[in-house]
Write a protein that binds this ligand. Sequence first.
Ligand code: ATP
Length: 519
Amino acid sequence: MCYCRNMQVKIYGLRGCCFGIANMILVKRMRETLYSSLLLQEISFFDGETVGDLTSRLGSDCQQVSRVIGNDLNLIMRNVLQGTGALIYLLILSWPLGVCTLVICSSLAAIMTVYGMYQKKTAKLIQEYAASANEVAQETFSLMRTVRVYGTEKQELKRYNHWLDKLAEVSLRQSAAYGVWNLTFNTLYHATQIIAVLVGGMYILAGHITAEKLTKFILYSEWLIYSTWWVGDNVSSLMQSVGASEKVFQLMDLLPSDQFISEGMALQKLQGHIEFVNVSFQYLSREMVPVLQHINLSVHPGEVVAIVGLSGSGKSTMVNLLLRLYEPTNGQILIDGVPLNELDTMWLRGRIGYVGQEPKLFRMDISSNIKYGCTRNIKQEDVEWAAKLAYAHDFITLLPNGYNTLVDDDLLSGGQKQRIAIARAILRDPTILILDEATSALDAESEHNVKGVLRSVRSDLSSRRTVIVIAHRLSTIQAADRIVVMDGGQIAEMGSHNELLHKNGLYARLTRRQTDAVV
Ligand SMILES: Nc1ncnc2c1ncn2[C@@H]1O[C@H](COP(=O)(O)OP(=O)(O)OP(=O)(O)O)[C@@H](O)[C@H]1O
């Protein structure tokens, strides 16, 4: 008895250690999860997930993992040890009574296994429904203006309630299962006591055991059955945690991309020659739909190439492949004659400037947003120089704290955000510049001026930069050296503005439609 108590004290000490370790593991896991998410082999993992879902998982699922280690494992270990000690002692006291108790505990263990599996399933459902409800709430808040304008408040509330109802239903089932589990435990617990008193009483009358031994037996059998209950309770909680954390484990199991583990080649100087050689591609989430088919394109150093085409024809996907956010399914992309996957990705990305369709800014001050990702030593004058060239300096100086103003969602207009993103690209002084509808929110005059700046300004004046520009407003790309017209994931036409007009194909048709629309 005394030995068992000592053991209990030591195990309590173990619990403290487990909690300490668990907290360290929690922080480490959260860091690792974010890190592995950023270095994922396949960026498509995020395509089916909303950012909100992932961020909530990052916090709550990691906490679940930590709870498993800090609490459940520790309690399971403690109760298994206590239960085993009690069982050995019971068998020594009276083996027939010990075997009876063991049979009852085994039944309890079988029931708790089934219950544990059920808990795992419901925990997964609860996590999924809670994430879906979160997603609706997050979406509604971020699209508040659209909801108000279209008067869909009740509709959104209904959508949210749908997931909450599902959540309530599963939670109710979970509580009912817990009730049944407790009832079973109590029945078996009392059955043990009744058996012990009845059989034990008969044994005393027959003179096989003493009353003192029977009292000890009842106490130890109580200990054994409670240990079994605790193990069951903690196993089911462990299953619950495992079920809820499945997504995080899945994320941790993914391998980091080759781009980050293998050291690629860094060229002495990047010329900016880009070649797409028979490139085909489809997204993992829609494997049956070919997005790009047999693309062959060579962009010379210093050339300005515009990519145009109908919505969904694969223009942005070409850029995504060039930025190595995805790997081509077939064919390869060469930069200065070297396959993209043999180049040092970080080195290459440091020489590429990219301005996307709807630039999102970080919650940092304007200066930091302009300097973002620039590895050179940047002075405030450089930041202002880039902002002036991007026609952003004037509106920045009118902000309450100028370049130190913190950017939040509603502070800047779409065009202003684009100018900041353009200033960021100018400051990097890239050899290859990619503009994906980068000036769509600018007025015509600013767009014209900014484009001129983007093409010409290079600190190394001896070289021009290679520019790939995606645009829907065809009037803005007429001066490009070459225009590539995309249709259904293939290159339909290629040539200068005048050549394509003479061809009287898709480009000429698109140009006519835009001119008609203006008239
Ligand atoms: N992450 C993704 N997962 C699955 N399919 C995608 C993904 N991104 C794009 N697609 C699909 O790939 C096709 C090409 O998309 P892409 O964005 O490259 O077209 P785009 O020509 O740039 O269109 P837009 O001019 O409207 O920007 C579309 O059918 C689109 O639905």
